[in-house]
Write a protein that binds this ligand. Structure first.
Ligand code: UD1
Ligand code: CA
Length: 467
């Protein structure tokens, strides 16, 4: 059965109090929209249509980045969820199969729940939940799983408001039937909007079957405020930590480790406290990340160790048994097997061959103020401490750079490169210098004491006058 996904993301999100469209606010390092799309992707949809409106340009750009195949439907005016779906359906005129409607601001719907939804054979299937506090949710008027209609809170009677079975907003319906039903929607209701929810009553009136599929309330959590976003982050992290522990990841203090939506960690990885994952990190089994590391868009191979206090940035790949130590930053660099960069180093836009040692304080000077350049370091190289590698530059296999060198020219394999001023020694000069300096310091202290005495004597006169 072919599936098309419609993701509603045109709303403003007024209560976020933000210039950024609501669906672009980040949860676990990814826009809310990415969470909805990730769940939907698990249905292997043939088509994905994102409905944009508020901040359309930004949302469209983000949608295409997350899901390059996504199509965009513009809802210029937000006239309701039914109207939003109509805009998407205009692009799905020739599509045959089931349509699943998701909200871009509802990040926790489980893929398994969506699978249950599309497997239900009823003509219209609505995802519902028992609400602890049903608040302003739409209420499902149902007998068992048989659904009769949905009534929006604003239009509900006191009796209907007492119902606790609520509408999540997620629906599934045959594309042709959905288009026919949506065409019949009116905005004759308390909000003056085209309610998507009215399709249930319309379908029933024509003798079609509607059913509710139930899920846990936690899955249906929609984000409307910053406080809800923060609560959702906490919920995401709690679940991600539990999953990581289940999957065989050791964490010294799980509550201090922050995962991203797509963090992927192998078995027997050890994570120290206060480790933060940005997007796109993969770690192979048996690697260790020590305390206080920040990692994003990088791959760490088996047996590698990182940190404490290390930062791995976009495009970093560490081969097996690499060691990255404290206060080391690596960006867009590929480090071969067994490379060691133990202390206080910046490696940016670099290729480093296997078993090379990078001395403390080494910096790849990759940026000339306009362009970035690469540094290529061969295998088994010894980069002396405090070497400045001014890119573009190449250091051949087995070469050595002297500590404190500024390397501006390529170093051939096996060579020693020294690029520092020659040392000068002046016997006895230090003794004379210190004598001079101490005498100067004595005179300065004398002056300070004089100034203080002068001020003090002034004060005591003032005090005496007051007394
Ligand atoms: C909707 C449902 C309600 C359900 C609740 C669950 C309707 C009429 N009501 O109410 O039954 O309990 O969700 O959270 O469907 N959107 C658009 N264009 C529009 C209007 C909305 O794209 O013209 C998008 C919003 O950006 C949002 C989603 O649709 O992502 C839901 O819209 P919202 O206004 O929040 O609906 P609710 O009033 O919460
Ligand atoms: Ca809402």
């Amino acid at each position: 059965m072919a599936i098309a996904l419609i993701v509603l993301a045109a709303g403003q999100g007024t209560r976020m109090n933000s210039d950024l469209p609501k669906v672009l606010h980040r949860l676990a390092g990814a826009p809310l929209l990415a969470h909805a799309l990730a769940a939907g992707r698990r249905l292997d949809p043939e088509r994905v249509v994102v409905v944009v409106g508020h901040g359309a340009d930004l949302v469209e750009k983000a949608a295409r980045k997350i899901e390059p195949e996504a199509e965009i439907a513009l809802q210029a005016e937000q006239l309701g969820t039914g109207h939003a779906v109509a805009q998407a359906l205009a692009q799905l005129a020739t599509f045959e199969g089931k349509v699943v409607v998701l909200y871009g601001d509802t990040p926790f719907i489980a893929p398994e729940t969506l699978e249950r939804l599309v497997e239900n054979p009823a003509d219209v299937v609505v995802l519902g939940f028992e609400a602890a506090d049903p608040g302003r949710y739409g209420r499902l008027i149902a007998t068992g799983d048989r659904l009769e209609r949905i009534v929006e809170f604003k239009d509900a009677t006191a009796e209907e408001r007492a119902i606790t079975l609520c509408n999540s907003g997620v629906i599934c319906c045959d594309a042709g039937l959905l288009a026919a039903l949506v065409r019949e929607l009116s905005n004759d209701n308390a909000a003056g909007e085209y309610y998507l929810t009215d399709i249930v009553g319309l379908a029933r009136a024509k003798g079609h079957l509607a059913e509710v599929v139930r899920c846990d309330e936690a899955e249906t959590l929609g984000i409307n405020t910053r406080a809800e976003l923060a609560a959702a982050e906490a919920a995401f992290q709690a679940r991600a930590r539990a999953e990581a522990l289940d999957n065989g990841v050791t964490m010294v203090d799980p509550s201090t480790v922050y995962f991203a939506l797509n963090t992927c960690i192998g078995r027997d990885v050890v994570l120290g406290p206060n480790v933060v994952f940005g997007p796109d990190v993969t770690i192979e089994s048996g690697a260790t990340i020590e305390a206080f590391c920040h990692l994003e868009d990088c791959h760490i191979s088996r047996g590698a160790s990182v940190g404490p206090f290390a930062r791995l940035r976009g495009g970093t790949e560490l081969a097996e048994d690499v060691h990255i130590g404290n206060f080391v930053e690596v960006k867009n660099s590929i480090l071969g097997e067994g490379v060691k960069a133990g202390h206080l180093t910046y490696l940016g836009d670099a290729d480093v061959g296997e078993f090379t040692n990078i001395g403390a304080g080494t910096i790849t000077c990759n940026y000339d103020g306009v362009f970035k350049h690469r540094t290529t370091i061969g295998a088994n190289v010894f980069i002396g401490s405090d070497t400045m590698l001014v890119a573009p530059v190449t250091v051949g296999d087995g070469a050595l750079t002297g500590s404190g060198s500024t390397i501006t020219e390529d170093v051939p394999p096996g060579a020693v490169a020294l690029g520092r001023a020659k040392q000068v020694v002046k016997p006895g000069l230090a003794v004379k210098l210190f004598e001079m300096l101490r005498a100067k310091k004595g005179r300065a202290e004398e002056r300070r004491v004089n100034v203080r005495d002068h001020w003090r004597s002034g004060q005591s006169r003032g005090c005496a006058a007051a007394g």
